[in-house]
Design a protein around this ligand. Structure first.
Ligand code: F0G
Length: 350
C-alpha cells in the first residue's frame, strides 16, 4: 500500500476537517528495531526496542507534529509561522513551511544549535534570528509575537503538534501487536512525552490495549522537572534538551503520574557513552539528546528495575548526522597512511 504520511495514515485520530489536503513530506513509518546486541551489552533482563525517529524527512520526530501544525495553519489561511527552538523544531518548521509556501521565522539560542540543524533551517529558507539567551528566552519572545501578530506559533504549545507526535505510539502498538510495558524518552520542552502518552491512551480506549509506564530522562544540568524548579541557566552537551522551563511541564508530570512511571537525571558522560554504544552495537547513529533514553534505561537496569517479562521501547528522537561535532569530539581520529598497499596492510594487520 502506498504510504501517504501520518495524517492520512491516522486520519480518524486527527482533529482536521475530512477534506483538508495534508502538507506532508511522508513523515512517520519509522523503524522499530529489536536491539539484541544492546540488550546483551546492558545485561538487560527485558526485551529492548529502539524507535528510530532519525529517519523522518528532516531527521527528527518533530516532522510528525509539524505536518499537522502546518496543514492546520494553511487551512486557517496563515501566511507565516514562528518557533523557538534548540534546532530540530526549527529545521522541521522551515521544511514544512517551504513545502506549504509559508514564511517561517525561527528564534534560536546563539551558539547552542548543532551545525546540521542550523544549516537545515537556513537552506529551507527560514528567516533565522539568533538571540543572546537560551531556549526559554526564545520561547518567551515567540509567545509574545504569537499574541501580538497573526503569525502562527508551531512550537509544541500548538496542540496540533501533539496530535501529530502521538502517532509514534500508534505505530509502536501496531508493530508490536501490543503496547510495551515501558517507554523511555528524553525530556526537554516535554511535548513529546505528553504526545506519546496521549497516543497510548487513545489507542487503548479504541482497541483495548494496555498502557506502558512512561520513563523520562533529563540531562543533569537541565533537569527542571526532576528538581521541581525552573533552571535559570540550563547546560548540557545534549543541546536539543538544554531547557530550563519546559512549556508542557504539567502535562509531562500528568503522564508520569497517570502511567505510574518516573523521571530521572542522566549525566552528560552517560549520554555520550550511550550514544557510542547504540552506534557500535546496533548500527544506529542518533544525536546526543536521543541517547538519553538508553542512558536512562542503563541506569534503571543497574537498579534492577526491569523483569524478564518487560518490553521496553526507547525513542531515539533525532539523527546523529545533525551534530557531527559532538560525536567526533572524543572518538579516535582516522588512521593515516601513504598511498601504498604495504602501508595500508600494515595498519589493517596492526
Ligand atoms: N530529542 C531531540 C532530538 C529534540 O530535538 C528534543 C526537543 C527532544 C528530544 C525533547 O523533546 O521538547 O518534546 O520534550 N527539541 C525541541 C526543539 C525543543 O526545539 O527542537 P520535547
Amino acid at each position: 500500500m502506498k504510504y501517504t504520511g501520518v495524517i492520512e495514515r491516522y486520519r480518524e485520530y486527527m482533529p482536521l476537517s475530512r477534506d483538508v489536503m495534508p502538507i506532508t513530506l511522508l513523515e512517520g513509518n519509522t523503524p522499530l528495531l529489536e536491539a539484541d546486541n544492546l540488550k546483551k551489552e546492558l545485561k538487560a533482563p527485558c526485551k529492548v526496542f529502539l524507535k528510530f525517529e532519525g529517519t523522518n524527512p528532516t531527521g527528527s520526530f518533530k516532522d510528525r507534529g509539524m505536518t499537522v501544525a502546518i496543514t492546520k495553519s494553511v487551512e486557517d489561511g496563515a501566511e507565516a509561522v514562528i518557533c523557538a527552538s534548540t534546532g530540530n523544531t526549527s529545521a522541521s518548521a522551515a521544511a514544512y513551511a517551504a513545502k506549504a509556501g509559508l514564511k517561517a521565522f525561527v528564534i534560536l539560542p546563539k551558539g547552542k544549535i548543532a551545525i546540521g540543524k542550523l544549516a537545515q533551517a537556513l537552506i529551507y529558507g527560514a528567516k533565522v534570528i539568533e538571540i543572546d539567551g537560551n531556549f526559554d528566552d526564545a520561547l518567551r519572545i515567540v509567545r509574545e509575537i504569537g499574541e501580538k501578530t497573526r503569525v502562527v506559533i508551531v512550537n509544541s504549545i500548538n496542540p496540533y503538534r501533539i496530535e501529530g507526535q502521538k502517532t509514534a505510539s500508534f505505530e509502536i502498538v501496531e508493530t508490536l501487536g501490543k503496547a510495551p510495558t515501558h517507554h523511555s524518552l528524553p525530556v526537554g520542552n516535554a511535548g513529546n512525552i505528553t504526545a506519546y502518552w496521549k497516543g497510548y491512551k487513545e489507542w487503548s480506549t479504541k482497541h483495548g490495549s494496555s498502557l506502558p509506564k512512561m520513563l523520562g530522562f533529563q540531562a543533569e544540568g537541565a533537569a527542571p522537572i526532576v528538581l521541581g524548579r525552573v533552571v535559570d541557566h540550563p547546560e548540557t552537551v545534549a543541546t536539543a534538551i538544554r531547557i530550563g522551563n519546559p512549556a508542557s511541564w504539567k502535562q509531562a508530570v500528568n503522564a508520569l503520574d497517570e502511567s505510574t512511571g518516573q523521571i530521572n537525571i542522566v549525566q552528560d558522560s552517560e549520554i555520550l557513552s550511550a550514544q557510542k554504544l547504540i552506534a557500535g552495537a546496533e548500527g544506529i547513529f542518533c544525536e546526543p539528546a536521543s541517547a538519553s533514553s538508553v542512558a536512562g534505561l542503563r541506569k534503571l537496569i543497574s537498579h534492577d528495575y526491569f523483569s524478564a517479562k518487560d518490553v521496553v521501547v526507547c525513542t531515539l528522537t533525532g539523527n546523529g548526522l545533525k551534530d557531527p561535532d559532538t560525536a567526533s569530539r572524543d572518538i579516535a581520529p582516522p588512521l593515516t597512511s601513504k598511498p601504498e598497499l604495504s602501508e595500508v596492510l600494515k595498519l589493517i594487520q596492526d
